[in-house]
Design a protein around this ligand. Structure first.
Ligand code: SF4
Length: 313
């Protein structure tokens, strides 16, 4: 079953409102700030960009101010981000907007692409994230999600096809949320190694990487209620936390040693006294299915509670 456009728009917006990271450039529609964030995010991780972005806009609060600054000051403020050419291009872009566009920030792709260091992606991001215009913003994360979710493939598509699909599925009513949401979803869930078990689309996604359908059908078990880890859910109560703890526990075992269900349960209960055995069975089953642990026996012949397990050999 292929997901409809409307279904994707609703689900991405819901997921985004619960799971988005709080990023400072999402709190503004100021095109100058958006341009700075987009320059910084080219080839640099979000976590490294956040503090540099905050410092930079404090030091260079307006386009005019930046346009009158020295290259050396700008480069100094850029230090730690690498690729200093971006700092110079940012400064040159600010000067060009002041001098050639008379201080009026360009709000179309053609004029934005005249700015040094601004390509089609950065121009689209500024157009959508600052001016909320309906253009697709296609980065590597967006592309990966669209390929898997819509085409059910995991093969790199030609740029022309990527654009056609992104345009076809664009949410014209709320392009800002759609573009931010799908980008964030690709960064946090549908990553290179996708987290399909925690994906809101796992019942409709036809990607061969989505093995949840096979898993639930083969096992003939009721799908556990989707646990959305929103920003209000403490990490230590999340499935991810307990999965990590189980792997850590198994890695402490002596080589070849099988760990019993009771021992694992006792270990987990020390962290959360309300953790029930059924939940542990589901976690272990998933870890085994994903190849992260190995059971001592064939599962279909015994219940998980009676099995032992260890890290795979
Ligand atoms: S089910 Fe998996 S592959 Fe499909 S969209 Fe979700 S995370 Fe991506």
């Amino acid at each position: 079953m292929q997901a409809s456009k409307e279904f994707l728009h609703i689900k991405i917006a819901e997921w985004f409102s619960l799971n988005q990271r709080e990023l400072p450039w999402r709190q503004t529609r100021n095109p100058y700030f958006i341009m700075i964030s987009e320059f910084m995010l080219q080839q640099t991780q979000v976590s490294r960009v956040i503090p540099k972005f905050i410092d930079f806009i404090e030091k260079f609060p307006t386009l005019e101010f930046l346009s009158q600054s020295n290259a050396s000051e700008v480069i100094r403020s850029w230090s730690g981000l690498g690729y200093n050419k971006r700092a110079i291009n940012l400064l040159r872009s600010a000067k060009m907007i002041i001098d050639e566009f008379k201080g009026e920030f360009p709000n179309d792709i053609k004029n934005l692409c005249l700015l040094p260091g601004v390509g089609e992606y950065t121009a689209s991001a500024i157009i959508c994230f600052a001016f909320e215009k309906a253009v697709p913003v296609i980065d590597i994360n967006v592309n990966r999600v669209l390929e898997r979710l819509i085409l059910g493939s995991d093969i790199r598509l030609p740029v022309k096809t990527q654009k056609e699909i992104a345009l076809q599925y664009l949410n014209h009513e709320d392009p800002w949320t759609w573009n931010q949401g799908i980008m964030e979803f690709g960064a946090l869930v549908c990553k290179n190694i996708p987290d399909c078990f925690n994906c809101v689309f796992n019942t409709v996604c036809a990607s061969p990487l989505n093995r949840t359908k096979i898993y639930y059908e083969e096992e003939k078990i009721t799908k556990p209620k989707l646990q959305i880890e929103n920003k209000n859910t403490p990490f230590i109560q999340s499935d991810r936390y307990f999965r990590g703890q189980l792997i850590k526990f198994l890695s402490l075992a002596i080589e070849d040693e099988w760990i019993s269900f009771e021992d694992a349960y006792e270990y987990i209960k020390r962290m959360d006294n309300s953790f029930d055995q059924e939940k542990l069975e589901i976690l272990l089953d998933k870890l085994n299915f994903e190849g992260l642990i190995q059971f001592s026996d064939i599962k279909s012949e015994k219940t998980i509670k009676t099995l032992s397990f260890r890290l795979p050999k």
